[in-house]
Design a protein. Sequence first.
Length: 286
Amino acid sequence: MSIDRRNFLKTLGVAGLTLAVGKGFGTENKQGEETEFQAMLYDSTMCVGCRGCEKACAKAHGLPEPLDELEVGVLRKTSEQRRNVINKFDTSAGEVYARNACMHCNEPACAAACLTQAMYKTKEGPVIWREDKCMGCRYCMVSCPFDVPKFEYHSANPRILKCDMCYDRIVKGEIPACAAACGDALIFGTRRELLAEARKRIVENPKDYIDHIYGEKEAGGTGVLFLSPAPYNEIGFKTGLQNTSYPELSKGFLYSVPSVFVLLPVLLLGIHEATKINRPKEEENE
């Protein structure tokens, strides 16, 4: 999962240039071009816990089919073998199902923390991981406020794994596998359209919903939006997140701290890879 030696200097140069000009890592947009992010809306009032989304996700990505049962009080989490999970909760509004997967933040902390642009916010909206650019630092895991990226600790060639909103399908004009498998609870569209639909549902059925679209403002806004009949803290959601994006917190740091400290991990990786080839010869001489 590491960068090869040929790309080290290129990676170091890109990281240094980015810090010098003050641009964050993320979506590449042409000047003046408006971005219409693709997104998903999950309505927990319509979810029946069939887990068709989980099974479709597993099939689409070559993962084991989930066979464990849903139980109230047992929190199932995403992992290197589960990019999307459904949980069941006993709430003040009764039994409620809730989905957990990557939130695809508008300004993702994982992408901002990644010096090599391996974790990347695409212009279409999904946040993806690019193996050929990853140096294995796992800063993305530490920085994510939703604890989403997972690492293959038991693999000989470990990867960072998480939901990518089926980006390969989106660029072909198709919808994510989970949304295609779900009849009502999970829908796909532009973020603007889905926010309007969520607000409409709340206005038309105020007794069925908490008057809060989770993801509209949390962490600066996310590409996955939620509706719930119960308070979000009762269905496993983090409710203490700030409304501004987390990369905003680091802008002052990047301008004030010398670049050498930020680039040090990349530099050390390059030295390690560049000198590795000489070790067998040195050992033979000894």
